[in-house]
Design a protein around this ligand. Structure first.
Ligand SMILES: [Zn+2]
Length: 123
């Protein structure tokens, strides 16, 4: 038996679902998504900064007229990988911009960079 699987991988810093929204909408419109799996990983760099630190740094490089925009930016810093997957699953379920049949079946996973194992995250 041959099993064919088509997988579209969208990568961004932290595997952040909010930052992937535009791509999910377009891919679903153009290709028709069948399933969504959110995969974050251990030892992620998004564990190593705070959103305010990035905002402060960006403000040092820009004119103050842009600071309100910077203040509204979600940078995606996290403090716990499993918690961030759960948070992203909750956010995905709540967004009105992705089909409910996709969001209700979405799965959350954590890739352990030390063991190579992918572990499901239960809500
Ligand atoms: Zn990462």
């Amino acid at each position: 038996m041959t099993v064919l699987a088509e997988v579209i991988i969208h990568r961004n810093a932290g595997g952040n679902v909010r930052h992937a929204l535009r791509n999910m909408i377009i891919l679903d419109e153009v290709l028709g998504l069948k399933e969504i799996a959110l995969v974050h990983h251990t030892d992620c760099s998004t564990l190593r900064f705070r959103d305010d630190d990035i905002r402060r740094s960006l403000k040092l490089k820009t004119d103050s007229q842009y600071w309100p925009v910077i203040d509204s930016m979600h940078m995606g810093a996290i403090t716990d990988v499993e918690h961030s997957v759960r948070d992203d699953l909750e956010w995905l379920e709540a967004t009105p911009f992705v089909r409910k049949d996709l969001t209700e079946r979405a799965r959350g996973l954590v890739f352990d960079v030390k063991t190579g194992l992918v572990n499901p995250v239960t809500q």
